[in-house]
Design a binder for this molecule. Structure first.
Ligand SMILES: [Cu+2]
Length: 295
């Protein structure tokens, strides 16, 4: 690339233009990240964490990255050392050593200690995700083939959330990620999600909020998260292979300032007034009817 760039006859004006485009797209992507948590092209690391669980999970990930890097470098060093030291030329008569008590004790005890060091923060985080903390609101999430249904039990509203087809995308909407009805929540709120399913197994996965829970018919899983302050969209996807349209059931959690959320709630109560209108509830009603008829 660099050679081509240098070899071609691009004048300095063109070079400045290319540099400006590069800088402005860098600024655009970074400014954009203030309003949305989403996967980025060529992303190498985790998405920017939001909330206490995601922050702690990212910290644990970074700590483990150091540990595994040190172990890999150490093992590689040992292999190189052994290959050189015990190569055929200086060892015409190979050593027949098969036991060394000290080394055997070390290679048993040291990995155990490393695992204990890793286990302590892991269990702490696991217990935090399971903690029964007081929450500000509850949302019931149901996975279905191939969309999500969100229910706000305290507000008595329920609606389906479908992907926006590529042909219908507006300028600021993301292909394969944006949906018609996002899951709207107020900023700075601790939320409990009750996650269930309607048919096959799905998984409710929003990486920036550290949410990843199976949605299974006949079972209710639960998880909590803290949505930080700030008007922001948190993007996710179903990450349990659930059928032909598995890739087409993204998740959007839209955090709004409290007054905007109240306004949305007002409008949502009108828009989604008849819960039976949702595809999800229609199917559930049909199934109930069928069960009755069978009985
Ligand atoms: Cu799914």
């Amino acid at each position: 690339m660099i050679t081509n760039f240098q070899a071609s006859n691009i004048n300095w004006k063109e070079k400045i233009k290319i540099a400006l485009i590069g800088i402005s797209s860098f600024i655009f992507f970074n400014l954009n990240s203030a309003y949305a948590s989403e996967p980025k092209p060529w992303q190498m690391d985790l998405q920017e964490p939001a909330g206490i669980i995601a922050t702690k999970a990212t910290d644990l990930h970074n700590f483990l990255l150091v540990v595994i890097t040190l172990i890999s470098v150490f093992v590689l060093g040992l292999l190189v050392y052994v290959c050189i030291k015990f190569r055929e030329k200086p060892n015409v008569k190979p050593s027949k050593t098969s036991h060394n008590t000290l080394i055997e004790v070390i290679w048993t005890v040291v990995p155990v200690l490393i695992l204990v060091v890793i286990a302590i923060p892991s269990f702490k985080l696991l217990y935090l995700t399971e903690a029964d903390k007081p929450v500000d609101m509850v949302v019931k999430v149901s996975g279905a083939q191939w969309y999500w249904n969100y229910e706000y039990p305290d507000e008595e509203i329920s609606f389906d959330s479908y992907i926006i087809a590529e042909a219908d995308l507006k300028d600021n909407q993301k292909r394969m990620l944006d949906v018609d009805n996002p899951l709207v929540v107020p900023e700075g709120t601790r939320i409990k999600f009750l996650i269930t399913g309607n048919d096959v197994m799905h998984s409710f996965f929003v990486p920036s909020l550290a949410l990843q829970v199976y949605s299974i018919a006949g079972r209710v899983n639960e998880i909590w998260t803290e949505v930080p302050m700030g008007k922001k969209k948190y993007y996710g996807q179903c990450n349990q292979i659930c059928g032909v349209n598995h890739a087409y059931m993204p998740i959007v959690i839209q955090a709004l300032p409290k007054d905007e959320y109240k306004q949305w709630l007002k409008e949502a109560k009108v828009k989604f007034a008849n819960a039976e209108e949702t595809n999800f509830n229609k199917i559930a009603l049909l199934e109930k009817k069928e069960i009755k008829e069978i009985k």
